[in-house]
Design a protein around this ligand. Structure first.
Ligand code: SAJ
Length: 432
């Protein structure tokens, strides 16, 4: 890569990470060719529009497409740098599925020329970057691959995970520190030179296996810590304590920082990535595995608590507040709130209403349940029971006067001034 000429880039996978990443490269002056298997995604982007919701992404994509810096297609094209940002789901046994990475690698292999740089960004089990290298070596015996030759390799291959927070992706893509793991130190230096074009955070180089593990560890760390908070909330329910008060006080200790209980852990990262570690070292991971179980179990605890409250108050209509997997985003995939709401709707039918400011209609699985999407004002006028499942700003802003008379089950702790109701069903506690 010459320092005065920006490299051309091919980004494979134009989802929540690939598209913002492609747009940021294009804004930094690289000619970007985006690739996705979906013709709909490709057409949308080529019109200068976007198929996902993310703060400020629409204007950025529109601008770079208009200036001819970003084009999308369903086929990989020649470039100096190839970025792979495709999904790595797990199967029913929680075993990671890297088939999309390998399929992308196959397509990239066909387009590689001497001097190119391949970077895997997908969250991946340890060893995936080496597997990608082995695939490229097999498909392109004409190219010398890193780690397999004593000579200078023809291509470089690295792993560089993103660590951005949905809702803040553009800001965090630029500002967060990054770990850059090369198959060899030379590969890492090549990738480093590329990321330096647009990353303002510090770029720390390492080997590919350490970088792969780092990404998994970051999300497992958060999962374990959320599990601790969720376990405390269930202990508090059993002991009739206010978990929010206990956490607030404990967090005044200078070295204690307990996270926030909720209805469970959603999204596509924190509930998934810890399994990649468990799968890689099943005997050594009782804590990580248990944390997963605690966080999944919290969803069922919330369902049981809500069911008891609703059953004990048969006259009251119920508003479930929120479907998103976390606050202030429109992402309902893998959302505990959505699972709680649909379970209640299936059990209690027309008594259940749902408030979700980020939804135009209820997701498909509510079909046949008689549940209805209403706005927060209607909920405050009509519902006798409010079940807070997401800490959206719109819900947080409801003053006590408008909810003081309601029975509230606040799984997120957004209304700490709410009077704790007298226990209204045997065994029912509403601490969180
Ligand atoms: N949650 C709680 N209590 C908390 C914090 C979160 O119940 O105190 C819940 C949220 O409501 C949500 C889930 O956990 O359901 C995950 O939310 P999150 O905000 O913790 O994380 P994600 O999934 O949006 O993004 C994570 C981030 N990882 C870490 O913070 C270590 C992000 O930086 C990663 O880039 C992203 O995963 C990813 O793509 O891997």
């Amino acid at each position: 890569m010459k320092s005065d000429v920006k490299p051309s880039v091919c980004v494979v996978g134009l989802g929540y990470i690939g598209l913002p990443t492609a747009a940021i490269f294009a804004r930094a002056g690289c000619k970007v060719h985006g690739v996705d298997v979906s013709g709909h995604v490709v057409d949308t982007i080529n019109r200068g529009e976007i198929h996902i919701e993310e703060v400020d992404l629409d204007g950025l994509v529109q601008g770079v497409v208009q200036r001819g810096m970003l084009r999308a297609s369903t086929a990989v094209a020649a470039a100096d740098v190839f970025i792979i940002a495709v999904p790595t789901p797990f199967d029913e046994n929680h075993a990671p599925d890297i088939s999309y990475v390998l399929a992308a690698g196959e397509a990239v292999a066909a387009a590689l020329k001497i001097g190119d740089c391949v970077i895997l960004e997908s969250t991946s089990p340890v060893g995936t970057t080496e597997a990608l290298r082995d695939l490229i070596a097999k498909l392109r015996p004409d190219l010398k691959c890193p780690g397999l030759t004593a000579e200078t390799p023809d291509v470089s291959i690295s792993y560089c995970p993103e660590r951005v927070l949905p809702g803040k992706i553009l800001e965090e893509l630029t500002n967060n520190d990054r770990s850059i793991g090369g198959i060899t130190p030379r590969c890492a230096r090549k990738a480093l030179a590329f990321y330096k074009l647009f990353v303002r955070g510090e770029c720390v180089v390492t080997d590919s296996r350490s970088a792969e593990m780092t990404k998994l560890v970051e999300n497992a760390y958060r999962d374990v810590n959320i599990a601790f908070a969720n376990e405390l909330s269930m202990v508090a329910d059993a002991m009739d304590l206010d978990v929010w008060e206990v956490i607030r006080l404990a967090n005044r200790h200078p070295r204690v920082n307990i996270l926030t209980p909720g209805p469970g852990v959603g999204g596509h990262c924190i509930a998934v990535d810890p399994w990649f570690i468990v799968h890689g070292a099943p005997q050594q991971t009782p804590l990580i595995r248990t944390a997963r179980g605690v966080n999944d179990g919290k969803i069922h605890h919330v369902i049981a608590q809500a069911e008891a409250l609703i059953a004990a108050n048969p006259q009251a209509s119920v508003a479930c507040l929120g479907l998103a997997f976390k606050a202030n985003i429109d992402d309902f995939r893998e959302s505990p709130a959505r699972l709680v709401a649909v379970t209640l709707a299936r059990k209690f039918g027309a008594r259940i209403k749902v408030v979700e400011p980020y939804a135009a209609e209820l997701p498909r699985e509510f079909a046949g349940t008689q549940a209805e999407l209403i706005d927060i004002d209607t909920a405050l006028e009509e519902a006798g029971i409010l079940i807070v499942l997401v800490d959206h700003d719109q819900f947080k802003a409801v003053p006590l006067a408008e909810r003081a008379s309601k029975l509230v089950y606040d799984t997120r702790g957004i209304w700490l001034d709410q009077p704790r109701p007298a226990v209204s069903a045997p065994g029912l506690r509403l601490a969180g």
